[in-house]
Design a protein around this ligand. Structure first.
Ligand code: HEC
Ligand code: HEC
Length: 264
């Protein structure tokens, strides 16, 4: 609605402040009614995600497939040399993450697991979080779980991390003094600077975000949200972000994996 945004809108200017003060809470969403972020997108954005040929995130999958077969590191091995065809080896894997990885002795998300395959198992030069290679391999592996229900493994070792994630999710922070929950639980459906606030699920990552003009990880999205409330973001790949991700995966358990997703 162009005629609206052309005029200064006091509601819009004060929206974040009003949110923080709790005077704008939308009717509480039924906690049982899980809705993917996809359902909040405009039809044109949904259409991009629906069509593998138009989906701008799909080039990642092609790059990922090339990397899967590319020899790397000390022994000159490729992922495929050890794992075989990705369609079989990685089927359903992404749907179980984050999980407690015994080898690492801590909870890893898929991005960190792949980073560790490259740097530790293959002894190849480390690849940065959100590097094109890690995003490509994450997209490729996540695609092998598309349509499956996201359901992280909450083993006893993962339980305290889950609880820490829940606490982080509920903590107010930043100059605007907002928690993740205040936006994604209490105000899902509300318009905010051109976005419609969704329930904040992690089932579509990596996503291609049209406003970024490039793909990004879950942790990049968390960082964006923290910056938007003027909070100091945690580091991508940090234990805090992994804990938040584990909590969000459990909170959205049952949603279908959509990777690679497309978002506004
Ligand atoms: C001021 C409101 C606000 C707060 C607070 C906020 N977010 Fe968001 N978040 C948004 C908006 C707006 C978007 C983009 C639209 C959408 O997908 O919901 C978004 C998107 C997301 C998404 C992507 C959802 C998808 O389907 O692609 C995730 C995940 C997310 N946020 C997690 C978090 C976490 C974790 C926190 C707390 C650290 C947080 N958000 C705090 C407003 C907020
Ligand atoms: C030297 C052999 C070897 C190479 C090379 C290798 N992996 Fe692995 N990978 C393993 C072993 C062994 C495991 C642990 C047992 C398992 O889950 O199969 C594993 C586990 C994994 C897992 C976790 C699976 C799960 O079920 O949790 C992922 C994801 C993975 N590898 C991805 C990759 C990727 C991507 C590459 C290439 C960048 C790669 N691996 C290269 C041997 C290898």
């Amino acid at each position: 609605m162009k005629h609206r945004s052309s005029q200064p809108d006091p509601m819009r200017r004060g929206l974040l402040a009003a949110l923080a003060a709790g005077c704008l809470a939308a009717p509480a969403a039924n906690a049982e009614e899980l809705r993917s972020g996809y359902t909040y997108m405009e039809p044109a954005t949904q259409a991009l995600q629906d069509d593998d040929f138009l989906n701008p995130g799909f080039f990642l999958v092609e790059e990922g497939l090339a990397l899967w077969q590319q020899p790397m590191g000390a022994e000159g091995l490729s992922c495929a040399d050890c794992h075989g065809p990705v369609e079989e080896a990685m089927r359903g894997v992404a749907a179980r993450y984050p999980l407690f990885a015994p080898e690492a002795g801590r909870v890893l998300n898929l991005d960190l697991q792949i980073q560790s395959e490259v740097a530790d198992r293959m002894q190849a030069p480390a690849l940065a979080y959100d590097s094109p290679e890690i995003l490509a391999l994450t997209a490729l592996i996540s695609l092998q779980s598309r349509g499956m229900e996201m359901r992280p493994e909450i083993t006893p070792q993962a339980r305290p991390v889950l609880e820490r994630g829940r606490a982080l999710y509920e903590t107010r922070r930043g100059q605007l003094n907002l928690s993740c929950a205040q936006c994604h639980d209490d105000n899902a459906g509300l318009r905010l600077r051109g976005d419609v606030i969704s329930q904040g699920h992690v089932n579509a990552f990596p996503i291609y975000r049209l406003t970024w003009g490039e793909p990004g990880s879950r942790h990049r999205m968390f960082e964006w949200c923290m910056k938007s409330i003027r909070a100091e973001p945690f580091d991508r790949g940090s234990e805090d972000f992994v804990a938040l991700e584990l909590f969000l995966a459990e909170r959205g358990a049952g949603l279908e994996i959509e990777a690679p997703g497309v978002r506004r």
